[in-house]
Design a protein around this ligand. Sequence first.
Ligand code: ADP
Ligand code: MG
Length: 283
Amino acid sequence: MSESKIHLLPQHLINQIAAGEVVERPASVVKELVENSIDAGAKTIRIEIENGGLNLIKVVDDGCGMSREDAEKSILQHATSKISADIDLENINTLGFRGEALASISSVSQFSLITKDDDSLAGTLVEMTDAGLRMSDSSAARGTVIAVRNLFHNVPARRKYLKTAVTEFNHIVDLFFEFCLAYPNIFWKLTHNNKTIYQFPGTTLLQRVGDVLGDEITKNLIEIDVKINDIHVHGYVGKPQVARNNRKLQYLYINSRPVHEFIVAKQIKDAFGTLLPRDLYPV
Ligand code: ADP
Ligand code: MG
């Protein structure tokens, strides 16, 4: 009989392969970390970026935090607090549930996590080192700080595909605006190379639209609020005079998740009928 050629992969390789799906670029890391902060009930979310996220992506929140035991588990693959039984899959009201993000991200970066929940006296620092996982006490307020340094440092083929810091940072800004508009009640802050780029205190949706899109547009909005059976459509649409020649200022969400759905965008444009020339798109 010939020797078996098939072997099971070691866990760190499994995580790195999974990272290929979860993590494409710095903005994908920001998305995963911020979604976790929102799921943790944070009211303040600070995002600190260095060199377009190539050197550092740090997300600081004041959410529920984690116990030491949960902090240790959080970076294991398929580790989640968000679903447990089959039935839960039908009832997801958190942004995450696959329990894959932290395992993946920590396998392709220099990763550290500081967290503290209300029941713990001390905070916990979790670091991934070449020697493995290291846990220690750390002073911390309630909440979580995750720092992701040198993304893809150990996967040079992926690192090579990252664009310039400017381009990567622009992707982060686009994502930041999407989150800011979806969660106006949260205080958001974005810094780049230690400079504050945006800072929006918690407010109403209309005010947040003003923060992100400016007064000129905010003065020319129509509020939409329609309920049909179980569907509730809410938001603001720009009057024809502030329409744009592209869809960049269209922010669409389903259950607070940003979607880039051509069919929905087209329906909105069609609703304007002859009020809008063919080559203009509503804000
Ligand atoms: P998922 O979000 O799909 O559950 P993640 O890998 O993103 O998977 O996170 C794993 C778990 O770690 C989460 O289910 C949550 O319990 C915990 N966690 C991650 N980030 C935070 C955070 N910022 N605050 C509190 N708990 C967190
Ligand atoms: Mg998550």
